[in-house]
Design a protein around this ligand. Structure first.
Ligand SMILES: CC(C)(COP(=O)(O)OP(=O)(O)OC[C@H]1O[C@@H](n2cnc3c(N)ncnc32)[C@H](O)[C@@H]1OP(=O)(O)O)[C@@H](O)C(=O)NCCC(=O)NCCS
Length: 191
């Protein structure tokens, strides 16, 4: 890993082959490759809004020679919990090409993003698919057991369909996992 004396990771390629790069430095071809990869992984269910949610932060990219076989990203959001607006690192766009799944690429990408989380945020969070849920739980992510809501332009709105699908990565923020967790507003799926 590219790291300074205190072991802090920086943009670059890690020994496990995962490249950590900010959206600002993602060249056009890599950006297109990531979007195309996620279209394959999610079988066409990745909307433009889903992709937009994955931009503006750090991308963990798994390459096999010149082919992109894995993508995951981490963006900043605010999560309201316990009377505070927590600085949250939110994981988006996690996918490994189907014929390369089960070989550790997903773990390597998440390890890179969790390093950023530990260094920069008070809590990590994500909305998991059923498949993803088992993967994240195995990495120490915890299912949010309380109610989920969104802070919309019309005020606080419950998101009951997301209850049980949100996972958090506990860091410095005090969390009551049976309490309410409120996400900030965005177009498309809010969680
Ligand atoms: C979920 C996903 C990213 C995992 O990536 P991967 O490269 O296959 O995962 P790894 O090989 O690093 O596996 C890491 C561990 O998670 C487990 N795991 C991975 N996918 C799993 C799944 N779907 N169900 C249960 N366990 C799973 C592996 O068995 C492995 O466990 P081990 O360390 O005890 O051996 C990948 O399977 C994928 O792209 N799935 C489809 C898209 C998706 O659902 N993305 C998540 C959106 S929230």
């Amino acid at each position: 890993m590219t790291a300074d004396a205190r072991g802090h990771s920086r943009e670059g390629t890690r020994p496990d082959g995962v490249r950590l790069v900010h959206t600002a430095h993602l060249d056009h071809a890599s950006r297109q490759a990531a979007r195309s990869l996620l279209d394959v992984v999610f079988e066409g269910d990745m909307t433009d809004e889903d992709w937009e949610h994955a931009l503006g932060g750090w991308h963990a990219l798994a390459w096999e020679n010149a082919e992109l076989i894995g993508h995951a990203s981490l963006v900043q959001r605010r999560l309201l919990h316990g009377g505070r607006a927590l600085r949250a690192g939110y994981v988006e766009g996690v996918g490994v090409r189907p014929d390369r799944q089960g070989r550790g690429h997903g773990s390597a990408m998440m390890a890179a993003l969790e390093g950023v989380l530990r260094g920069a945020y008070e809590v990590g969070a994500l909305g998991a698919t059923d498949d993803g849920a088992r993967f994240y739980a195995g990495r120490g992510w915890r299912r949010w057991q309380g109610r989920t809501l969104a802070l919309t332009p019309d005020g606080l709105v419950r998101t009951p369909e997301e209850d049980g699908c949100v996972y958090v990565f506990p860091l410095s923020a005090p969390l009551d996992p049976s309490g309410e967790l409120v996400c900030d507003w965005r177009d498309g799926d809010v969680w």
